[in-house]
Design a protein around this ligand. Structure first.
Ligand code: HEM
Length: 434
């Protein structure tokens, strides 16, 4: 790397990861539950006791470095409230300008502007509309037959096997194939996607070590280059895929509304990465839970109509996205607390899903739970997941076909959890197929 790039990257790491890393460790030593989950992989694997500590302190509590909530009601209020923005300083503030000096548009990650996850209205509304107009419920419904065909093709490849790593051979392959089809990615260019996606997923976390950060930055830089070429190719030769539709719509806009190349690239990169880095976790988490609860697995195999609700219960019980955050933009009172501009609120999605005020016997996994879908696994408000409908279809179709073929599929030994903090899923999951 050029010395100037090394200095830039180190500066960005120090602000986004180095300083928070020190703060997390200091707070963890003082016993702050969220910081302990962030810094201790064992607690991260079994966070229930820490969640309980947060809940016992109140609906909205002052943590060491931010307000924290494990209440579904308060979390929903924060995510939907227009007094809150993305967890970054106001773009016009001196801190934001200082951060901008270190940012490289060819290495911008999923939580760096202009990613949808890192911008507020009106830019967020303008860019999000481009995807939401083209990514309709009708388009998703029209994809179901193809998703089923992809699922069967992947399962056919397992024929004759007795054991497999379910993540490698199925849970990761299904979403990446579906999103690559949706975004018009040629078959021969798909191989590096999973590696790049893993880098992007790391960049959702705060407090990475310098080496981890550099590795993730390298992956995201390669992804930017490839996405840029892909966008240009679809601009010249549009297909009937979603990304071609987004590009055409964007190019037809009046100049003052048209996204810049950087904005369009960031949009494509986010949809691509979010399209497979989360759904893999949903499928993997479901397989682990059903292996732990074979009676519920058998009931689903006997009555496959239940798969839709089972997917909701997995999203609730073992959420693929565990955390998000917002920053207060205007003074606001929530849960009896006065929040001021600049205060951050961490919304503990995974913990909120065990809120006894909403879910009866919340630590029980029950695929027939009546209100399982009352979760916020896809967030809420302006940043509500654009791919929620697609993820639901993929998981329902994928799991139903998997268990139809292997009704007694079970985990053999122990899966290995991903090291990520925001995303929760498995890196590998050894299973006996039946
Ligand atoms: C189980 C699978 C998935 C889960 C749990 C999930 C979860 C989420 C969550 C929690 C957010 C919002 C974060 C926040 O409020 O700060 C989000 C945003 C987003 N998701 Fe998903 N997602 C999933 C699948 C997908 C898929 C399949 C796609 C694309 C096809 C996708 C595309 C996006 C995009 C583009 C955003 C940004 C929306 C915005 O900021 O306006 N997601 N997702």
């Amino acid at each position: 790397m050029h010395p100037a790039s090394v200095a830039r990257s180190t500066g960005l790491w120090a602000l986004n990861h180095g300083v928070p890393r020190v703060v997390f460790h200091l707070q963890a030593r003082k016993g702050e539950p969220l910081a302990r989950i962030q810094t201790d992989p064992v607690l991260r694997e079994h966070p229930e006791a820490m969640w309980q500590q947060v809940r016992e302190r109140g609906d909205l509590v002052r943590g060491g470095y931010a307000w924290v909530t494990a209440s579904l009601d308060v979390g929903s209020r924060v995510l939907r409230g227009d007094e809150f923005g993305v967890p970054l300083p106001e773009p016009s503030s001196p801190t934001a300008r200082r951060l901008d000096r270190f940012r490289d548009p060819w290495a911008a990650g999923p939580v760096d502007p202009p990613s949808l996850l890192a911008i507020d209205p009106p830019d967020h509304t303008r860019l999000r509309r481009l995807v939401s107009r083209a990514f309709t419920a009708r388009r998703v419904a029209g994809m179901e037959a193809d998703i089923e065909a992809t699922t069967h093709k992947l399962l056919d490849q397992l024929a004759g096997e007795r054991r497999t790593d379910l993540i490698e051979s199925f849970a990761a392959q299904l979403p990446v194939t579906v999103i690559a089809d949706l975004l018009g990615v040629p078959a021969e260019e798909r191989a590096p996607l999973l590696g790049w996606g893993d880098g992007a997923a790391r960049l959702l976390d705060t407090g990475l070590g310098l080496r981890q950060f550099r590795r993730a930055e390298r992956a995201i830089r390669e992804m930017h280059q490839w996405v840029n070429d892909h966008v240009e190719r679809l601009r010249r030769q549009p297909g009937d895929d979603l990304l071609s539709a987004v590009i055409q719509q964007a190019d037809d806009l009046p100049a003052d509304e048209r996204p810049t190349r950087h904005e369009l690239r960031a949009l494509a990169l986010l949809v691509l990465g979010a399209g497979f880095e989360t759904t893999v976790n949903l499928i993997g988490n479901a397989v682990q839970l059903l292996s732990d609860h074979p009676d519920q697995r058998d009931a689903l195999v006997a009555a496959p109509d239940g798969w839709g609700n089972a997917v909701e219960e997995v999203l609730r019980y073992d959420s693929p996205v565990q955390l998000t955050a917002r920053m207060v933009r205007r003074p606001v009172e929530v849960a009896g607390r006065s929040l001021r501009p600049g205060h951050a609120v961490v919304v503990m999605i995974g913990a909120m899903h065990r809120d006894p005020a909403v879910f009866e016997d919340p630590h029980r996994f029950d695929v027939t739970r009546q209100n399982a879908a009352d979760h916020l696994a896809f967030s809420a408000g302006p940043h509500f997941c654009l791919g929620a409908g697609l993820a639901r279809v993929e998981a329902r179709v994928g799991l139903a076909a998997l268990y139809e073929r292997y009704p007694s599929l079970s985990v053999e030994g122990h899966g290995v959890r991903r090291p990520t903090r925001v995303l929760r899923g498995f890196e590998s999951l050894p299973v006996r197929l039946g």
